[in-house]
Design a protein around this ligand. Structure first.
Ligand SMILES: *Cc1c(COP(=O)(O)O)cnc(C)c1O
Length: 451
């Protein structure tokens, strides 16, 4: 049974919003055939978390090659917040692809690139004069944020934090904290990158002020501010376990950076674009980053990333110092304009807060009966539950892995994360309905009880 035998399938919000594993178990025969070809054709270093091949998605579901319908709690890792195959995005992509697929922003400008930059300058926190440059991936955005900070300050050192994730390129591997699987075997890494303690209220019990004082003391002793170009931080850590810093931590760190002439870079690649209940997570902590890196949710699934920051910082590198062949591709820009319009006019930040309230309530009810849920945290539609051994509080990665594996067999796409791999995370599309969310939480509760 090949996918060509399925009726022509259009994704988007009109797909039946239901959970249905018609093949009994996953992968079904059509997915199994693709997975087998994948094994022969694709590097095994690209691990695949899910036992199915996707063919369509929309609203809150993903359809696999056998026609199974799974509830999407991952959005392709916080990318399709606006909904997969969103009709307005699909239309913008089709129209742009039929007109101009590429121009290269380094050769000739085009209006959609400028319009995306204008939108980001307007929407990111702070009323100051801003400039934007577009790229294709989150890691590229973070790298370029560091480049502008170095050019502006004339300093070279960069501080990142415990549990940080910033990407897989050489510089961003150095910024990323977790060794396995991201760094092991891939060194040497770029020099002059230092790691400071972060704020992890569940594990360190510190107030935000105390955690900031600890981080600042660490930086002053181990790095020294005279050589420090930038601190790079996720306002809410993503791959590290959806760790929300204690109140006051980010504020104190941002104030210290400003006083020291250190560029404060917020990596909002995962938290950006309505995901946490505001357009950017920085807003919830009252911080105004000097430079902000964005990607994932920016363009409804098309590859696009951005660095937006204070004009004097962004204009510091020499002309020609930033760029890339594909960065700000016109098709991706058209998708971004349709996507950003949906965030601004579609009430999606409000919807993210509603989704968060529903998830937190349901998870709290489960945890009141099951002490293996050690912590529930997050903001908006970026919620996580940390699984622990109730006797010792030790991380239980095996349970998180078994739970995710059991849930997908029942038609629920549940992702894990965390430095210890013991966190289940919820990143549903903001277009998912309450009924699907409730159904998914029923499945999770049932599977957890049986494990
Ligand atoms: C995913 C992610 C990145 C890297 O983005 P890519 O597009 O995968 O290169 C960087 N920072 C954060 C916070 C992320 O979640």
């Amino acid at each position: 049974m090949a996918s060509s035998m399925l009726p022509l399938l259009v994704g988007g919000p009109d797909l039946p919003q239901e959970r249905c594993i018609a093949t009994g178990t996953l992968p079904g025969p059509a997915s199994r055939a693709i997975l087998a070809r994948r094994e022969r054709a694709v590097s095994s270093a690209l691990a695949t978390a899910m036992p199915f091949a996707a063919v369509a998605a929309g609203g809150g579901v993903v359809i696999d090659a056998d026609g199974n319908s799974l509830i999407d709690l991952g959005s392709g890792i916080a990318v399709t917040s606006v909904g997969n195959a969103d009709p307005a995005v699909a239309r913008a992509v089709a129209e742009q692809a039929a007109r101009l697929t590429h121009a290269c922003a380094m050769l000739s400008p085009y209006e959609s690139y400028v319009a995306v930059a204008e939108a980001l300058n307007r929407l990111t926190p702070g009323e100051h004069d801003k400039r934007t440059v577009l790229f294709s991936t989150g890691a590229e955005a973070v790298e370029n944020a560091v480049k502008v900070a170095r050019a502006y300050t004339g300093r070279s050192a960069v501080v990142a934090f415990e549990n940080a994730y910033h990407g897989r390129t050489n510089l961003t591997m150095a910024l990323t904290a977790k060794a396995r699987p991201y760094k092991a075997g891939f060194g040497p890494f770029t020099p002059d990158v230092y790691r400071a303690p972060a704020s992890d209220p569940f594990r360190d019990g510190l107030t935000g002020a105390d955690a900031a004082a600890r981080a600042i003391d660490h930086i002053e002793r181990h790095v020294g501010v005279e050589d420090l170009a930038a601190v790079v931080i996720e306002p809410i850590q993503g791959e590290g376990g959806f760790i929300v810093p204690a109140p006051g931590f980010l504020e104190a760190l941002a104030a210290w950076s400003r006083a020291q002439g250190v560029v404060f870079i917020a990596d909002e690649v995962q938290t950006g674009f309505a995901r946490t209940g505001t357009m950017f997570a920085s807003e919830q902590f009252g911080i105004v980053p000097d430079v902000i890196a964005t990607a994932k949710g920016i363009a409804g699934g098309l590859p696009l990333a951005a660095v937006t920051g204070r004009a004097e910082i962004m204009n510091a590198p020499a002309a020609g110092g930033l760029g890339g062949t594909f960065g700000g591709n016109p098709v991706a820009c058209a998708a971004a304009l349709a996507t950003i319009d949906a965030y601004e006019t579609g009430g999606l930040a409000d919807r993210a807060r509603e989704i968060g309230a529903l998830l937190e309530e349901r998870l709290a009810a489960i945890s009141s009966r099951d002490p293996r849920i050690g912590d529930i945290r997050g903001r908006g539609a970026m919620i996580a539950a940390e699984l622990v051994d109730p006797a010792t509080g030790a991380p239980d990665a095996a349970l998180a892995k078994r739970l995710a594996a059991a849930c997908v067999q029942r038609g629920v796409i549940l992702l894990t994360c965390g430095t210890y791999g013991n966190v289940i995370r919820f990143l549903p599309p903001l277009t998912i309905g309450d009924e699907l969310l409730d159904d998914a939480l029923d499945v999770i509760a049932r599977e957890l009880t049986s494990l």
